[in-house]
Design a protein around this ligand. Structure first.
Ligand code: EPZ
Length: 427
């Protein structure tokens, strides 16, 4: 069975300027939120990635018309006639659970296939349910489908999230915008993508304040007053951070454009702690390094803490740093699988529960390796650029889920990297 892989050769440097795409972890929710307005919503700066294609398919299954022109999606929800999502699409992408809140807001009910777990963890949705139950939503399990109903209508409530879950904050917020009365979400997620979603909902007629802080207040408005809008997706801070790690690894200077540097404060702090020089302007970040990489300790935490989505990329950096680094993964229960792949390249990583001890080595060697999730895959390709020889990264569908033209963007920065279809016998 032929397989498309990414082949990365030892490269001189990664230098120049790259413009990041719109944020995957915002765009998916913006598409879902369009269900709350009858008519044509236009979303710009949408990344060309497979997860967005799946979410667009989910909206079409609900009866929407979805058209893409380049990085712009036009979603006409005036023909939406179903509140049931198909299992085959939800099983492909758990983020499709993000239609739950808008469907409950629009129809007062929803039937969403229960999302499965994935490589990095169980990915439960209990906090989504607890949050929405405070708004009068009842849930039942029906043969793998979550059936939501609002027998007494959708009303405001006070929600205290046990953990600042991004998805739970988003689903609860999207249902609350058309609930009767005021909703307070306490211990809310503070990720920039939450703010981006709230900005779009407010442009549609919602009344949300406090998005981006731990306490979000939503004053419910009638569904009939919600209307379509035009919105520009926030730049992808994780894609930007991935390229900055590449510049830190190879020396740079490498500039990322199209991202708000404020969304990368913790990552920038850690790059500086590892011996990099980092300069920022209002819409770009530049990294360069001439001194040896220094070891660093990292704890992943909800925003503004260190982002778990940059953990694999920084682990790669620490494998070549002088000294020992400790990386603690506090957000997902199984997000160290990349370590085994890096070890195949000669890295020295020991995993103990949710801690990784990384002892810096002087060189990595090219090898055949597997992308275990999209961020790990992106990190491993970077590893192949600095490793001696050639690295072949398999399972690259993970990378295509969240990185638009990753190989093309890296090649534009001087990387010797390509996508190749190989036959079984070559694997
Ligand atoms: C979003 O996932 C992102 N995905 C993830 O990005 C990101 O890593 C994560 O937020 C944290 O920033 C999208 O936005 C599509 P959570 P989400 O709810 O919403 C547990 C990437 O690489 N939890 O904040 O699922 C959960 O299992 C992806 O782009 C519950 O236990 O994250 C996890 O351990 C990976 N019950 C932790 O909380 C719940 O009801 C954080 O989950 C909800 C979550």
């Amino acid at each position: 069975m032929p397989e498309e892989i990414i082949v990365a050769h030892e490269s001189e440097n990664l230098t120049g300027t790259v413009r990041v795409s719109g944020a995957k972890n915002s765009a998916l929710k913006l598409v879902a939120a369009s269900l709350l307005g009858q008519g044509k919503t236009v979303i710009h700066n949408v990344p060309l990635i497979s997860d967005v294609s799946i979410m667009a398919e989910v909206l079409r299954c609900l009866g929407s018309q979805v058209e893409r022109q380049g990085h712009t999606l036009t979603i006409d929800t005036s023909t939406v006639d179903s509140c049931k999502t198909p299992y085959n699409l939800v099983s492909k992408m758990r983020a499709s659970i993000s239609v739950l809140g808008p469907l409950v807001g629009r129809f007062g009910r929803a039937e969403v296939a229960m999302p499965g777990g994935c490589q990095i963890g169980a990915r439960k949705i209990d906090m989504h349910l607890v949050g929405m139950q405070q708004l009068g939503v009842h849930f039942e399990n029906d043969h793998g489908f979550l059936v939501a109903s609002t027998p007494n209508g959708l009303h405001g409530g006070t929600i205290m999230l046990e953990f600042p879950s991004v998805g739970a904050t988003e689903n609860t917020m999207m249902a609350a915008v058309v609930a009767e009365g005021v909703t307070i979400i306490d211990n809310a997620a503070r990720e920039p993508e939450i703010e981006d979603l709230a900005n779009m909902l407010n442009a549609m007629g919602a009344r949300i304040t406090g998005a981006g802080t731990a306490c979000i207040r939503i004053e419910g408005v009638p569904l009939s007053s919600m209307h379509p809008c035009e919105h520009y997706t926030v730049g992808d801070r994780i894609e930007a951070g991935t390229f900055l790690v590449g510049g830190a690894l190879m020396g740079g200077p490498l500039t990322v454009e199209g991202v708000n540097p404020d969304h990368l404060r913790m990552a920038i702090m850690k790059l500086r702690a590892m011996g990099c020089e980092v300069e920022t302007s209002d819409k770009s970040v530049t990294v360069r390094r001439s001194a040896p990489l220094q070891a660093v300790d990292i704890q992943t935490l909800p925003h503004p803490g260190f982002p778990t989505d940059l953990q694999a990329q920084f682990m790669l950096l620490t494998t070549l740093a002088q000294g020992n680094s400790i990386i603690t993964e506090n957000v997902f229960e199984n997000r160290f699988m990349v370590a085994a792949e890096m070890s195949r390249m000669g890295a020295d990583v020991t995993i103990e529960d949710h801690h990784a001890l990384v002892r810096g080595v002087s060189r990595l060697q090219g090898a055949d390796i597997e992308a275990t999730d999209l961020r790990a895959g992106a990190a491993l390709v970077l590893g192949g650029l600095i490793a001696e020889g050639t690295t072949r990264v398999h399972n690259i569908k993970h990378i295509d889920r969240g990185y638009e033209d990753y190989v093309g963007k890296l090649a534009s920065l001087g990387a010797k990297v390509e996508r190749v279809v190989v036959e079984d016998c070559e694997l």
